[in-house]
Design a protein around this ligand. Structure first.
Ligand SMILES: NC(=O)c1ccc[n+]([C@@H]2O[C@H](COP(=O)([O-])OP(=O)(O)OC[C@H]3O[C@@H](n4cnc5c(N)ncnc54)[C@H](OP(=O)(O)O)[C@@H]3O)[C@@H](O)[C@H]2O)c1
Length: 211
């Protein structure tokens, strides 16, 4: 089974680490304060995870998840993530992240900024419009009526296919929003943001998004 590098060990990083370990993945997880501050989390992950620095997690990863406040994007190590699929859960909250002109002026999406920062990685938007705790509780088997759906977007079809399979494994249908330039449709304050919706409802919410 592959090794996942998770950069960010907060609400989303923790939920995904638990979900991934339960599915047999090896997890290497990092925060900003250092691996020694992640002892309790690692203890709760049944020996299938270890704490590291962000560079070490990126280096060990077969694929990675970046799940930090958007303001920390410049700190994410690009070189060890080159060639790898990178899932981006990040959202833009100006009161937390400061003002980012490219987003305020709608010249970019949050995931385009990540792709720009990680030019040699295959970035995909993922798990950005579900409340952290629901990630491991709201999934259901494929074919369940009214199964919850999550959106993804990427400029790399391989990354979209990867997220689609991972979502299914976590119990979610996938709606492909298209390239990263379209991922504003699932960003903060849009109709599809952090509401429970099946695939038809998600498609309808994406269609009525306004920028
Ligand atoms: N919470 C949700 O339900 C939710 C849902 C969807 C999407 N999101 C988005 O996903 C991202 C993560 O959300 P969250 O709620 O998990 O955030 P959080 O609970 O505040 O956790 C953020 C994590 O990022 C780490 N971090 C900060 N700067 C870093 C750096 N320079 N290098 C490495 N790690 C760093 C923090 O480490 P330290 O604690 O050591 O500083 C912490 O572990 C955000 O962009 C958020 O908007 C959140």
């Amino acid at each position: 089974m592959s090794t996942v590098g998770i950069i960010g060990a907060g609400h989303i990083g923790t939920a995904l680490a638990h979900g991934l370990v339960a599915r047999g993945y090896d997890v290497v997880i990092a925060n900003s304060r250092g691996p020694e501050t992640l002892t309790d989390l690692i203890a709760s992950l049944d020996g299938k995870a270890r704490a590291a620095t962000a560079s070490e997690a990126a280096d060990a990863a077969d694929w990675a998840i970046v799940t930090v406040p958007l303001k920390a994007l410049p700190d994410i190590p690009a070189a060890p993530l080159a060639g790898k699929i990178v899932l981006d859960t990040c959202n833009y909250y100006p009161q937390r992240d400061g003002r980012i002109a490219a987003l305020d002026e709608k010249r970019a999406t949050t995931s385009q900024l990540m792709q720009e920062h990680l030019p040699d990685s295959k970035v995909a938007k993922a798990f950005n419009h579900i409340v952290a705790e629901q990630i491991v509780t709201d999934g259901s088997p494929a074919g369940t009526p009214d199964r919850r759906a999550l959106a993804t977007a990427s400029d790399h079809p391989e990354a979209t296919a990867f997220v689609t399979a991972l979502y299914d494994d976590f119990g979610y249908d996938t709606v492909d929003v298209g390239p990263l330039g379209e991922s504003w449709r699932v960003e903060r304050d849009q109709p599809a943001y952090v509401v429970r919706q099946n695939a038809d409802e998600l498609r309808a919410n994406l269609a009525r998004a306004t920028r």
